[in-house]
Design a protein around this ligand. Structure first.
Ligand code: ADP
Length: 609
């Protein structure tokens, strides 16, 4: 273990900090990451402040002075210092900490910290007047998908979380809450514990993200309420022209100016259900959002191992009816056994001295000595309810999976205290943790990209996507770490591509791998549910049925709501008219070519606008 690093901030010190109960775990995780780090904390900047496109230094200075007057000088910070990648709990809001292209490429010019919805409205009005693109983030921990980096370099990042992190309401009777952008899963969970409420939240694998930000990026968790966007109820949104909108029942004023009493009870209102267009888009800035909470209940996590790689289709076929009949209690995860090695937090070099992907027989030898044994696939599930209900569900589940020869069933009590199942049991009962960060120790200076296609929960479809991943990971020399979140009708196949930020070759290969994975999957009819900002244009371009009808529809909405194109241009591949067809889209092998000195977008004031 290396020398101890300065302690990460706790929740009582900073809204984005870690709860006290996890302070020592966070400290150890940080020490481990630093012990595996060869890059310096930062290097001197090679370029000045990156200006927004088509903005002179004078115009930028004047605009920043106006913004400082509008929301307070201390709430507007120029991005002119050396860039620090930090880590999950001390993440930057200036650039992508997991930079694939040059660290200084996807950077903002400044960060603004509005303190209220009306200040968000003034920032939006300012952006329209000054023709400066803005890029809202809530917590900015969107790791693997671009972090807090704006798609258009030189945009002003609107960091909502720092000053807008109130839990506005927890309604115990309705089992719901309303939060501002800076409320993390950690913070919401701790508040519910403090008040001793019999409620659960739903958390993703890592608990430091924004409840609101994750939901509008359509992230997932693992209790029965794991679809975060599906379990939201009501939004308050600042539109790109500065107007304030309440969606759902919030559109109907409550008595005497109060909030509508059914705002967090009924998702639509009257007329089109508009909330969806504010998820994975650049149509508005969400300043508060309602969520349904779960009632606390009994729960039992378990693990099932399967011996052969070829069991994969049979496992998927077994899951489908169990999930459709709602016998499976949550969205279970199916992981390849290679994940058992990497979630220990030990570096790849501990398991294998070569630089190629770890050969299958070496994984096998190690797994044989681990609690999971020599297996190929590991299924993590959780059942909910009272002990009798859980027992009868588990009886059915065990007997269905027992049909796959050699499968083995484990409860947490059968496994050592440091086994990953104990962390899964927490996540699956709504307790936000940090354990998943450990797989970042796999490589020195590790960063990762997620490749996240969706397939039907059907063996033949799952197999096609899996085989594409096997073939292309091999071609580009990456270990394959698939985690499948499997529901009754669809599954998220999430491949975690881990690369060394210090190696241009690895970054180039990771980008090439992403490009080919996107194209090869789309050729077979499978598309990603979410992607890194660098690949947004490619992924959006695969949804091209009927001469790109969906994108043309999105562009129509974008142009109507944001005629000046100020809000997050290019996010999710949606470009406003001002930028469209002017070479901003990143297509083909442009990401690979930009690694190691190239630039992904205009580097000077004279741009493609
Ligand atoms: P988290 O920290 O939960 O992972 P982020 O705050 O990074 O989430 O949000 C994920 C992405 O969603 C951001 O990169 C941004 O593009 C978008 N986003 C986040 N918060 C907002 C918001 N309040 N309004 C509009 N878009 C947002």
């Amino acid at each position: 273990m290396s020398t101890s690093q300065p302690p990460p901030p706790t929740l009582s010190e900073r809204y984005s900090g870690v709860p006290k109960r996890l302070a020592s775990i966070a400290q150890e995780a940080k020490n481990r990451l630093w012990s595996n780090k060869t890059l310096p904390e930062s290097v001197p900047r090679r370029r000045q402040v990156r200006l927004p496109p088509d903005t002179t230094q004078d115009a930028f200075d004047t605009a920043i002075a106006t913004l400082r007057r509008d929301i307070g000088a201390e709430n507007v910070v120029l991005n002119d210092r050396p860039l620090v990648d930090g880590w999950y709990l001390e993440h930057p809001n200036t650039h992508d900490a997991f930079h694939v292209v040059d660290q200084e490429d996807l950077v903002c010019s400044a960060v603004a910290y509005p303190g209220s919805t009306s200040e968000v409205q003034s920032v939006v009005k300012w952006a329209n007047e000054c023709a400066i693109p803005i890029y809202p983030i809530s917590m900015g921990r969107n790791v693997g998908y671009g972090g807090s980096a704006p798609r258009v370099p030189g945009s002003v990042v609107i960091d909502l979380g720092k000053r807008m992190h109130k839990i506005i309401n927890i309604d115990v009777e309705n089992a719901s809450c309303v939060v501002e952008p800076g409320v993390s899963y950690f913070a919401l969970y701790e508040e519910i514990q403090k008040r001793n409420l019999p409620l659960w939240i739903d958390t993703p694998d890592l608990g430091g993200g924004s409840v609101l930000g994750n939901a509008i990026d359509r992230g997932v968790g693992y209790t029965p309420m794991g679809d975060h966007f599906a379990n939201h109820c009501g939004m308050e949104v600042v539109l790109p022209n500065g107007e304030l909108l309440r969606t759902g029942m919030g559109a109907l004023p409550g008595k005497d100016g109060s909030d509508n009493p059914t705002w967090q009870s009924f998702q639509p209102s009257y007329g089109p259900y508009s909330d969806g267009i504010f998820s994975q888009s650049n149509f508005g800035i969400v300043t508060s959002m309602g969520f349904w909470l779960m009632h606390e209940t009994g729960h039992q996590s378990y693990m099932i191992t399967f011996p052969r790689d070829e069991d994969f289709p049979a496992i998927v076929e077994a899951i489908r009816p169990l999930a459709q009949k709602r016998i499976l209690g949550n969205i279970p995860q199916l992981r390849h056994v290679a994940q058992e090695l990497n979630v220990t937090g030990l570096p790849k070099s501990h398991w294998y001295s070569g630089s190629s992907p770890i050969p299958r027989d070496i994984i096998r030898q190690h797994a044989a000595r681990m609690p999971c044994g020599d297996c190929s696939w590991v299924f993590y599930g959780t059942q909910y309810g009272d002990p009798t209900g859980i027992k009868s569900q588990l009886d059915i589940i065990k007997s269905e999976f027992a049909k796959i020869k050699g499968s083995k069933f484990f409860l947490p009590k059968d496994l050592p205290v440091d086994h990953y199942i104990h962390s899964r049991a927490l996540v699956c009962s709504g307790v936000p943790v940090l354990r998943e960060i450990d797989w970042l120790n796999w490589k020195p200076n590790a960063a990762h990209l997620f490749f996240s296609p969706i397939t039907p929960t059907r063996a033949e479809d799952a197999q096609v996507v899996h085989e594409i991943n096997v073939r292309l990971h091999k071609k580009y020399g990456f270990d394959l770490f698939p985690t499948l979140c499997v529901a009754g009708r669809e599954m998220h196949y999430i491949a975690n591509i881990i690369y060394d930020r210090a190696s241009e070759d690895e970054k180039r290969s990771a980008a090439g791998l992403m490009r080919e994975l996107i194209a090869a999957s789309a050729n077979e009819g499978y598309g990603e549910y979410r992607t890194h900002i660098l690949f947004a244009d490619q992924v959006a371009g695969t949804y091209k049925w009927n001469n790109n009808a969906l994108m043309r529809f999105n562009e129509t909405i974008k142009d109507a709501l944001d005629p000046n194109g100020i809000l997050a241009p290019g996010r999710n591949g949606i470009w406003p008219r001002k930028y469209r067809g002017k070479g901003w889209e990143i297509l083909g092998s442009e990401v690979e070519k930009a690694v190691g000195g190239g630039t992904i977008s205009p580097s000077t004031v004279t741009s493609k606008l």
